[in-house]
Write a protein that binds this ligand. Structure first.
Ligand code: G3H
Ligand code: 13P
Ligand code: NA
Ligand code: ZN
Length: 323
């Protein structure tokens, strides 16, 4: 069955690794995630966003996730699996997921004024804990390309607030903002430098802020959103086979590896999976223009996804062999 994040996070913080939190919206993504986590003996958090619910239906997604445990067993190894609501936007959304068998929810009140974020998060925690469901809250707003005009600095999590927030809400984990952001364009070119080949080099994450937060909340589970690396391999493949992506830039693996060794125990990755699938589908359709069986391009896309997730578990997050 599905588990909540409590023991998983305690082990990960102690062990100096991070649990992969991969988003899924369809069967092929879910198969790739489970196959990769079984092959690497890694625990996993399956994330469902509001977009995923709108696309695929909550009942289908929930039952797919419940089937994931049996599927893993059939593949030869049982792994701990969490079904998590990604970026819950209201008490009602969180309640609906809790009532529908999710084992973990995020309530993202980070865009609300501080006291409103606390009140909303506390309400979700009270309902969730009564159902043995764990809760992720968020403090600080992730910079996005739409925030280009405002100073990114003012959005970082304020270390002075974290103890008050965690103790007053009772959250089980805290998502923080230290320079990551969502999507495949995490920084605007003006925030980056360029190397000799003209490749954009992003500014480093604010590990100084992370360290201050860890000092305030020793051993408390910290979450990083927006942690795709935007691999050049997939970007180039997409461009080679007719796609258009401009100034895409992600978080270098080296920095995620460092974060995983800290109290960061959950790392969210969605965009890299989108890029990998799109790259392979474009390649297959370009090379075999007569192909019209979806299995013939979704299958190879799924294989590439599995390979990518295995790489992350083994070489970036350190979650391999922790199941
Ligand atoms: O946090 C954002 C996730 O990548 C989910 O995105 O709402 O488009 O599914 P989505
Ligand atoms: P990426 O867009 O960097 O993959 O982030 C995903 C995420 O944070 C989901 O909550
Ligand atoms: Na960690
Ligand atoms: Zn996110």
């Amino acid at each position: 069955g599905l588990v909540n994040t409590r023991d998983m996070f305690a082990k990960a913080v102690k062990g100096g690794y991070a649990i992969p939190a991969y988003n899924f919206n369809n069967m092929e993504q879910l198969q790739a995630i489970v196959q990769a986590c079984v092959a690497t003996k890694s625990p996993v958090i399956l994330q469902v966003s509001k977009g995923a619910r709108d696309y695929a239906n909550i009942n289908l997604l929930r039952n797919m996730a419940r089937g994931a445990g049996e599927y893993a067993k059939e593949l030869g190894f049982e792994i701990p699996i969490v079904l998590h609501l990604d970026h819950g936007d209201s008490f009602e959304t969180c309640k609906e997921c809790i009532d529908n068998g999710f084992s973990s929810v995020m309530i993202d009140g980070s865009h609300f004024p501080y006291e409103e974020n606390i009140a909303l998060t506390k309400k979700v925690v009270e309902y969730a804990h009564a159902h043995d469901v764990t809760v992720e809250g968020e403090l600080g707003v992730l910079a996005g390309i739409e925030d280009e005009v405002s100073s990114a600095v003012s959005h970082y999590t304020k270390p002075a607030e974290v103890v008050d927030f965690v103790s007053r809400t009772g959250v089980d984990s805290l998502a923080i903002s230290i320079g990551t952001s969502h999507g495949a364009n995490k920084f605007v070119p003006s925030q980056c430098t360029r190397n000799a080949e003209g490749i954009l080099i992003p500014p480093p994450l604010r590990f100084d802020i992370l360290e201050e937060i860890e000092k305030e909340l020793p051993g408390f589970p910290i979450v990083l959103h927006g942690s795709s690396s935007v691999p050049a391999e997939y970007v180039n493949m997409i461009l080679q086979f007719g796609g258009k992506l401009k100034d895409s830039v992600g978080i270098p693996e080296e920095q995620l590896r460092k974060a995983a060794k800290s109290a960061v125990c959950k790392i969210n990755i969605d965009s890299d999976g989108r890029l990998a699938m799109t790259a392979v589908i474009r390649k297959v359709l370009a090379e075999k223009p007569g192909e019209f069986d979806p299995r013939k391009y979704l299958g190879p896309a799924r294989d590439e996804l599995k390979k990518m997730y295995m790489h992350k578990n083994i070489n970036v997050l350190g979650s391999a062999n922790q199941a």
